[in-house]
Design a protein around this ligand. Sequence first.
Ligand code: AR6
Length: 162
Amino acid sequence: MEISVVRGDICAVVADAVVTAGNSSLVGGSGVNGAIHAAAGPELLRASRALAPCPAGSAVVTPAFRMANTSWVIHAVGPVYSGPQDEALLASAYTESLARADEVGARSVAFPAISTGIYGYPEADAARVSVAALRGARTSVETVYLVAFGERTAVLWERALS
Ligand code: AR6
C-alpha cells in the first residue's frame, strides 16, 4: 500500500472513497464531517443515520451522493480522547475503514486525522497510531491519502511515515 500526505480539504481529493470522522449517531456535525455532509447533500445524512449506532472504533460505508470526486463515504468513529488507552480504538477506526473500502471494492481511500479535532486526540500520537494501523492492515486498498487540513498535521504525518 502506498501512503502519501496531501494538504487541504478532503472534499477536493480524488479517491474511490473518502473517510469522514463521524460520531456514533452518524448525524452530521462540524469539522470534516460537516464539510463532507455539505458536499454530499442531504441524502448522506439519511443514508448514514439508517446505519447508526456506530460505536467508537468502527466504520460504515454509504454512497457519496453529490460529491464529484469520490464514489463512497466511509463514516469512521474515533474515540473521544480520554488517555493513551484509546489507541486501540483509534487504530480500529482506520482498519475498519479499510475493511469497508474492501467490501465496496475501493482501491484508493482518503483519510482525515480522525479524532484530532473536536475529539481531542493529541495530534502527534494520532499520527503515529494511524500510520502503524494502516501499515499493519491486510487490505486490497492500494493507495491511501492522509489529508492534512493544517500544516502541523502534515508535518506530523510525514514524520510518522519516515
Ligand atoms: N478536510 C480535511 N480535514 C479536515 C477538514 C476538511 N474539510 N475539516 C476539518 N478537518 P474533527 P473529530 C480536520 O473535529 O475530532 C464532528 O462534529 C481537523 O482539522 O472534524 O474526529 C463529528 O460529527 C482535524 O485535524 O473530527 C463528530 O461529532 C480532523 O479533521 C466529531 O466532530 C478531525 O477533526 C468528531 O471529532
